[in-house]
Design a protein around this ligand. Structure first.
Ligand SMILES: *C/C=C(C)/C=C/C=C(C)/C=C/C1=C(C)CCCC1(C)C
Length: 242
């Protein structure tokens, strides 16, 4: 019985019904865990050439699940989640770059392409952290972060990676295109959350009128579920395609 209670504690106390952020941390933890189980259990049923891609999908959601447990507890205690959030992203976003590389490796993607993507995503996140943690002007650091984000979009949508995807054609090209959509639309959720969270006293303060600043984590949580699980499913779909 005691072990059972301990296991339940692992899932944490249920948040209050009106705690939007707490609820999405709670559901997010479950969703990320369920997705990880799904990806890991699919490993043996896909063609061996896609196995690393599926493994990376599972790692992305698993790393998020672990950070969600910490963030859920921090939020319940009334503490900031910023450090956990960015540690999660600095691990998982480069892994999402790895997905682009793994998918296009057969079409000629190189370690150089991967390095450029990883470097750009690191710049994007480090600048975002500086702005969000209040270590510098949030508007300027957010802008720098946004430029790195646009560069990533350029690389995958118009740069060499887009050309490699076009040359591969078929299921690889369509998976690449769907991942691009996630980056262009799904990732755009984050700067919105950032503007809402850091808007006080800024030119974009009107954003905090749309959604209260304390709901920034709600927006990030929705973004994470869409993007991390969505990315994994696109890769899974490619791996089981004929
Ligand atoms: C799983 C986590 C993902 C896909 C996180 C992605 C995060 C971003 C695309 C964040 C982007 C930001 C900007 C473009 C400007 C403002 C600062 C950030 C870091 C929120």
């Amino acid at each position: 019985m005691e072990n059972f209670l301990n296991l339940m504690y692992f899932f944490g106390d249920a948040p209050a019904g009106d705690d939007l952020v707490g609820i999405t941390f709670w559901i997010g933890t479950m969703a990320m865990m369920a997705a990880s189980a799904f990806f890991f259990l699919s490993l043996n049923s896909v063609d061996s050439k896609w196995r690393s891609s599926i493994l990376v999908s599972g790692l992305i959601t698993f790393i998020a699940a672990v950070h969600y447990m910490y963030m859920r507890d921090a939020h319940a205690a009334g503490d900031s989640t910023t450090v956990f959030r960015y540690v999660d992203w600095i691990l998982t976003v480069p892994l999402m770059c790895v997905e682009f590389y793994l998918i296009l490796k057969g079409a000629g993607a190189t370690k150089g392409h991967l390095k450029t993507l990883v470097l750009a995503s690191t710049v994007m996140l480090v600048c975002g952290y500086v702005g969000e943690a209040g270590l510098g002007n949030a508007a300027l650091w957010g802008l720098a972060s946004g430029l790195a984000y646009f560069y990533i979009v350029y690389l995958i949508k118009f740069g060499e990676l887009a050309k490699l995807a076009a040359s591969a054609g078929g299921a690889v090209q369509s998976a690449h295109n769907t991942l691009c959509l996630f980056v262009i639309i799904g990732w755009a959720i984050y700067p919105i959350g950032y503007m809402i969270g850091t808007g006080s006293g800024m030119w974009y303060e009107f954003m905090t009128g749309l959604v209260a600043a304390e709901n920034m984590d709600f927006i990030y949580n929705v973004g994470d579920s869409i993007n991390k699980i969505g990315f994994g499913l696109v890769v899974y779909n490619l791996a089981v395609s004929k």
